[in-house]
Design a protein around this ligand. Structure first.
Ligand code: AMP
Ligand code: MG
Length: 268
């Protein structure tokens, strides 16, 4: 598969020019795509085990999207085979009073991965320049300085040994309508339907604008953003799995060599 490129630092992003159903990255179709996805998730399983055993790196994966964008789907389908020991998900919801009484990165920093660990952020500190901005929860002078703060925070994490990959799951407004409708029509999906999501949907354009700023201003060499065309679920998962596998393979990890140390041991 070709390499899927992240947003270049400083690149001006216009989301209306990027097709959420774009399939040019993989033109062999859904059936072949699903086959490839299975192969990649099998590879990921092995690589994650190695990552854990190797124990030298930390990996932080950030998932951001509008409601129904597929964050949960990515967690389920891309990571289905991995060992739960060594991989965890951090969900960031509306901050609690305690969280709000600290700075916005306090709850985030606590959940970053330790050595050998992979942590997936289901929403993240980016909510503090997205929903917080769109819904006027803090003044502009407060949220607008957060882009630089976030870049500095992520740079520190990266310099201290954390690999950071950020995925924006780009869906169209029409696709969201269909997915919300499915949730309404299917009683087994009612638990996922949150009437509040409709308020966010009504602010779609404002959110897209806020996302464009996030993507243009916080894609860095040390923590790149990938804009994933996500109207097709299998394609979205395939692209992300491919990026993860390539990233992990690029680390050239080996199992710790303990041959010498263990050679003197006899088990009675
Ligand atoms: P969900 O992920 O759909 O279960 O919903 C979580 C909700 O929490 C979303 O509506 C987010 O916009 C909201 N949320 C997450 N982080 C923040 C934040 N820092 N400030 C305000 N709302 C947030
Ligand atoms: Mg929601």
């Amino acid at each position: 598969m070709p390499t899927f490129n992240p947003v270049k630092p400083g690149e001006k992003i216009d989301l209306s020019k990027l097709d959420p159903a774009d399939s040019s990255f993989f033109e062999e179709g859904k059936k072949e795509g699903k086959k490839q996805l299975t192969k990649l998730t099998e590879k990921l399983e092995i690589l994650q085990e190695l990552f854990y055993a190797h124990g030298k790196h930390r990996l932080l994966i950030v998932l951001q999207a509008m409601d129904t964008g597929g964050k949960d789907g990515v967690i389920r389908h891309v990571f289905e085979g991995v060992n739960p020991q060594g991989v965890s998900v951090a969900n960031f919801k509306v901050p609690t009073p305690e969280e709000l009484s600290h700075d916005y990165l306090w709850r985030i920093h606590k959940q970053t991965p330790s050595a050998g660990e992979i942590v997936i952020f289901n929403r993240s500190h980016y909510e503090d320049v997205l929903v917080v901005r769109v819904k006027n929860m803090v003044d502009k002078h407060v949220w607008s300085r957060r882009f630089d703060q976030i870049n500095a925070f992520e740079k520190m994490l990266s310099e201290e040994g954390t690999i950071i990959l950020k995925f924006f799951l780009h869906i169209s407004k029409d696709e969201q309508k269909q997915r919300l409708q499915e949730r309404l029509d299917d009683p087994s999906k009612h638990w996922k339907f949150n009437p509040g999501d409709l308020k966010d949907r009504a602010l779609w354009d404002e959110y897209m604008h806020a996302y464009e700023d996030v993507l243009s201003r916080t894609s860095t060499a040390w923590a790149p953003w990938y804009i994933i065309p996500s109207d097709r679920k299998w394609l979205r998962s395939l692209i992300i799995a491919d990026i993860l596998v390539k990233t992990l393979e690029g680390l050239n990890m080996t199992l710790p060599d303990r041959t010498e140390e263990l050679s003197h041991i006899t088990i009675e």
